[in-house]
Design a protein around this ligand. Structure first.
Ligand code: MEV
Length: 420
């Protein structure tokens, strides 16, 4: 008899099978059990346990006139400190301002081996209104929420591909399933009228119709460090930004710093960070080579910053409905709709970026990171919150402390505590 498929096994049997196969110790099994959350069991296939990540809030952020504390979920020790530091650096009466001109998602119907691409393109464009109606009819409740299919675009790609792009206003939703439903309905309708080979129908995560721009402008003096005047720091930040326009090796790291902030907010808000990541990096390559998605320049004694990214974030639906912290996080950040969420997320990206660049072009990144790294090293060897300050203090004199040194420091702290 064939063994039962893994997904059909009871939770206990599944865990037992993995334990046997992977030689898990009792302690490892206990860790898995300790993090089990029954509410999560139906969210994914083959549920094992719940992998938690720390959540904190970035402070000092003024976005579109509101002073915000923005929840961020991240495992990287320095990220929230940098976002808060960046927010403080960008403090000005107007703070960071954001603009969103459009918020539409795109579904794509891909035709291949098209015998006459021009004729197909003409037919699709001539039938635009009918196709939009077919799309709307596939999800009528979207119309009642003010959304709906808005327009089409036809792209011909060599040698014989045609992509029908369907632009959809998904209201406040994340919208991936919705777009897929509408796109498949339109594809089915086209098949009734034309003998074409449709390869697939699917949402595109290259959200060029959901761009958000975050801008700021601060007096250069605000950027000074103990050793370097503000005008010099601002010039060096602008130079770092220029370099990220010309060198893809640097641009990737520059953008990684921005995504440290964006991903952490996207995660806290229950949105699809893989979609955001792939869309942002595609956007970074839109000019034919990979570039930084933010720009910094100096004019009139001010450092100006601007970041534009595709961020098709949703306020309702999907994981926002099932992850209990999302609603709390929306309230913490004082966001009440998808556009505000897009703005706040981009603003965090901009703040994150200026904090990283200022550190890089002045003291270097390690100095600020070290105390946080010592903390996470101490935690990783088992220090409790009460033991943390003493362990970190013992590690302070070591430039690059190792796990072994952290373990020794923890043991020394415990010995000292026993003697008290
Ligand atoms: C580290 O997580 C992020 C930075 O490397 C970003 C940057 O270099 O701009 C500090």
């Amino acid at each position: 008899m064939r063994p039962q498929p893994f997904y059909r096994l009871s939770y206990e049997n599944r865990r037992q099978r993995l334990a046997t196969r992977s030689h898990l110790t009792r302690a490892q099994l206990a860790t898995i059990a300790a993090h089990r959350a029954t509410a999560d069991e139906d969210l994914i296939e083959n549920y094992l346990t719940t992998y938690g990540l720390p959540e904190g809030v970035a402070v000092n952020l003024r976005v579109d006139g509101h002073d915000l504390a923005v929840p961020m979920v991240t495992e990287e020790p320095s990220v929230i400190a940098a976002a808060s530091n960046g927010g403080r650096l960008l403090t000005s009466p107007q703070g960071i301002t954001t603009t969103i001109t459009q918020r539409e998602l795109m579904g794509q119907i891909v035709f291949h081996h098209v015998a006459d691409p021009d004729a197909l393109a003409q037919w699709l464009l001539a039938n635009q209104q009918r196709l939009l109606k077919v799309a709307d009819a596939a999800h009528p409740s979207l119309l009642t929420h003010g959304g709906g299919a808005r327009s089409i675009r036809v792209r011909q790609l060599p040698p014989d591909w045609v992509s029908l792009d369907l632009f959809i206003d998904v209201g406040e939703a994340m919208g991936a399933n919705l777009v897929n439903t509408l796109t498949e309905a339109v594809a089915a309708d086209i098949k009734l009228h034309r003998d074409e080979d449709i390869l697939m129908s699917i949402l595109s995560n290259y959200a060029t119709h959901s761009l958000v721009t975050a801008r700021c402008q601060v007096p250069v003096d605000q950027l000074k460090t103990k050793a370097i005047d503000g005008a010099t720091v601002a010039q060096r930040i602008a130079a770092a930004s220029d370099f990220a326009q010309v060198d893809p090796y640097r641009a990737v790291t520059h953008n990684k710093g921005i995504m440290n902030g964006i991903d952490a907010v996207v995660l806290a808000m229950g949105n699809d960070w893989r979609a955001v990541e792939s869309g942002v990096h595609a956007y970074a390559s839109r000019n034919g080579h990979y570039q930084g998605v933010s720009r910094w320049w100096v004019a009139d004694g001010q450092l100006h910053g601007e970041l534009t990214v595709p961020l098709a974030l949703g306020f309702v639906g999907g994981a926002t409905r099932v992850l209990p912290l999302v609603k709390v996080n929306q309230q913490l950040a004082q966001v009440t709709n998808a556009r505000q969420l897009m703005g706040v997320t981009a603003a965090v990206g901009l703040a994150q970026n200026v904090a990283a660049l200022r550190a890089l072009v002045t003291d270097g990144i390690q100095r600020g990171h070290m105390s946080l790294q010592r903390k996470s090293l101490a935690l990783s060897v088992g220090a409790t919150p009460a033991e943390l300050p003493a362990v970190v203090q013992r590690l302070a004199a070591i430039t690059q402390p190792t796990m072994a040194q952290a373990t020794a420091a923890l043991q020394a702290v415990r010995q000292a505590n026993l003697k008290k």
